[in-house]
Write a protein of this length. Structure first.
Length: 322
């Protein structure tokens, strides 16, 4: 009788509809934790809004601030929420010294800041992960060489390292190419200054994983080292890397803004948020406060929201912190 009941229960379990992937995700611990934290929900909404605004800037912005033909010098220094008495153009957040709409400049500047941030994080993630896997899996002189380079680089602040790399790369390029390749040089400089944290995290996780039974079993059956490394170890060490990458995105955006503010980033013809802040600083005490305030507030909201999401993701993906 009990055997019949067990058989019937197994049949009933097989006939029950399996939850969809969407339903499984909505019932997961991550979504549950996200719903219970209003600050994280607000940070998510701010981040998604700013990402969408930057992505659809050509359709949202009243003008293209990168196109000199769309600028009206006669509308320079128009206050926020004001219609120009000369051209009839309405400026939601005012205009700067070139008659450039500050709202449009923020949208287009956010695109550059996000592009540099994402590309720099991706570059640092790929480079650091590859070097960390090699150091942790191979060991020996490779591990010693990579970690000593990382230790030397950690003795310098990342922004100074980015400045050094930026200056060295630009030194090898003709002056006529500086404006054209500024965004690429920024990405490489920030990425090379941030790879160390990814390499150290991946190296430590790889050294733990390579001693586990599933790696030993893969070696016993004769799998090549490259297949073990990329198909078995790599997926199991990516969780801390993704968390570091989320937090690193906010740091990369701030690093780009810092470099542009110092005058070694994006040119004034293609302003990022940092360039807009640098331009607005010249008018901070002359009454045109909006040229500095609104780009600074946009950078603050973007970096803070991404950083809050990174902190939450780090906590929710670490079982020891639950």
């Amino acid at each position: 009788m009990s055997r019949d009941l067990e058989t019937q229960s197994e049949v009933d379990a097989e006939t029950l509809p399996r939850p969809s992937r969407l339903r499984s995700f909505l019932d997961s611990d991550i979504v549950y934790s996200w719903k219970r934290q209003p600050v994280v929900i607000l940070a998510t909404l701010v981040t998604l809004t700013m990402f969408a605004a930057a992505l659809f800037a050509p359709w949202i912005a009243p003008q293209n601030p990168f196109d000199p033909r769309q600028l009206d010098l006669i509308d320079a220094f128009t206050p926020p929420m004001t219609t120009s008495e000369f051209t009839g153009n309405f400026y939601l957040l005012g205009s700067d010294s070139q008659g450039r709409d500050v709202f449009s400049a923020i949208l287009y500047g956010s695109r550059i800041s996000l592009l540099v941030g994402f590309a720099a994080v991706l570059f640092a993630l790929v480079l650091g992960t590859a070097l960390g896997l090699m150091a942790g899996f191979r060991g020996g002189w490779r591990d010693a060489l990579i970690m000593r380079i990382a230790d030397v680089q950690l003795t310098f602040p990342s922004i100074l390292m980015a400045l050094l790399i930026f200056g060295v790369i630009r030194g090898f390029l003709p002056r006529s190419m500086h404006a054209e390749v500024a965004i690429i040089v920024l990405i490489v400089a920030i990425g090379l200054s941030d790879w160390v944290q990814y390499a150290r995290a991946v190296r430590g996780a790889t050294m733990v994983e390579k001693g586990k039974e599933y790696v030993q079993a893969a070696r016993v059956i004769g799998l090549p080292a490259r297949k073990i490394l990329f198909q078995h170890i790599l997926p199991n060490v990516m969780r801390p890397v993704l968390v570091i990458g989320t937090i690193g995105l906010a740091l990369a955006i701030i690093a780009e803004a810092t470099l542009s503010f110092l005058g070694v980033g994006m040119p004034a013809t293609q302003p990022s948020l940092g360039t807009l802040i640098r331009v607005g600083q010249d008018y901070m005490f002359s009454g045109e406060w909006w040229i500095l305030l609104f780009p600074g507030a946009a950078l603050l909201m973007l970096a803070l929201s991404v950083n809050l999401l990174g902190d939450w993701l780090r906590d929710v993906l670490n079982p020891k912190l639950r």
